[in-house]
Design a protein around this ligand. Structure first.
Ligand SMILES: NC(=O)CC[C@H](N)C(=O)O
Length: 333
């Protein structure tokens, strides 16, 4: 370890950033989660100019297969490292499909102001114009910087620094995949970060949630709306033991008249009903708009997309079963 340089730990979990294809022309057809963390680090020798870097292989999976237990395992390891005096920043390499969920989860439950950066890539390292090297380089640069402290969990993709709270994979195939409805926080260029705005929502040090208090996460289902929808999915989730159901509504989080009575009944049975929206560039669901949430005792996800609403619902339900408290949390986080 060189004095004067920050100590950054890379926790590898798989994904395309650790993917490999048969030829350099395979940018979309390849296998995710093939390359180990030491090889990933060795592939970017320039990392050693930014920080003293070491790696740990936490998982080796494609991120669509991540489970709640995987999330808890990763979250606990991040907390241990964040507590360690000789760690200045943490980078998590991750598949991009659920990267936004993991980033938001960590943003809610990690009690540290040390930088935590989640990063992936859209092309495997074997492909022409692979994006993983630079994304990883940028992640380590931000993780080792003092300026990134206290800004919550961050995502560095395509030269941008995004808030883990609201960034979402908004396009596949393109390297310009990750967007936030509210814009990036900054940019990384040649290993230097440039900041333009700060997250306004509660996170990490200012969060009431702590990974150390979370033993398990409850079952929360997500049900999608469309024309001619019926209540099959909602009933099935409830039967399977869901404590909350994220309603992925049309438009403002609207609910079909064929589904409303079922959601009223499920709420009476104790299942929390949380209205979100499936609009692409950021939903914005308000209480009592479209549906009388006060009367039905439902919750709105506000600007959180359905998959992020599931993360907050799970974490929130480890603390409260009260719908008013749940709604407060959906406004504050
Ligand atoms: N670009 C990617 O990382 C996608 C690969 C894979 N589906 C995953 O999420 O892990």
């Amino acid at each position: 370890q060189e004095a004067g340089k920050p100590n950054v730990v890379i926790l590898a979990t798989g994904g395309t950033i650790a993917g490999a294809g048969a030829s350099a022309a395979n940018s979309a057809t390849y296998t995710a989660a093939k390359v180990g963390v030491d090889q990933l680090i060795a592939g970017v020798p320039e990392l050693s100019q930014l920080a003293n870097v070491r790696g740990e292989q936490v998982l080796q999976i494609a991120s669509e297969s991540i489970t709640n237990d995987n999330l808890l395992q990763l979250g606990r390891r991040v907390a241990e490292l964040a507590d360690s005096k000789d760690v200045d920043g943490i980078v998590i390499t991750h598949g991009t499909d659920t990267l936004e969920e993991t980033a938001y989860f960590l943003n809610l439950v990690e009690k540290t102001d040390k930088p935590i950066i989640v990063v992936g890539s859209m092309r495997p390292g074997t492909a022409m114009s692979a994006d993983g090297m630079l994304n990883l380089y940028n992640a380590v640069a931000v993780a080792g910087s003092k300026e990134a402290r206290g800004k919550g969990v961050l995502v560095t993709m395509n030269d941008e620094i995004q808030s883990g709270r609201d960034v979402t994979k908004s396009m596949n195939i393109k390297t310009e995949a990750f967007k936030s409805p509210w814009g990036p926080l900054g940019m990384v260029v040649e290993g230097k970060s440039y900041w333009f705005r700060l997250p306004a929502k509660r996170h990490t040090m200012d969060s009431e949630f702590d990974i150390k208090d979370i033993k398990s996460l409850p079952n929360v289902g997500i049900a999608y709306s469309y024309g001619n929808v019926d209540d099959t999915a909602y009933k099935a989730f409830a039967q399977a033991g869901a404590k909350a159901i994220i309603h992925v509504g049309t438009g403002n989080g609207s609910v079909s008249s064929r589904v409303v009575p079922t959601l009223q009944a499920l709420r009476k049975d104790g299942v929390q009903i949380i209205r979100s929206s499936h609009v692409n560039n950021g939903g914005f669901v308000l209480r009592n708009a479209e549906q009388p949430d006060d009367k039905y005792d439902w919750v709105v996800a506000h600007d959180l997309n359905p998959q992020k609403a599931r993360i907050l619902a799970m974490v929130a339900l480890t603390k409260t079963q009260d719908s008013k408290e749940l709604q407060r949390m959906f406004w504050e986080y």
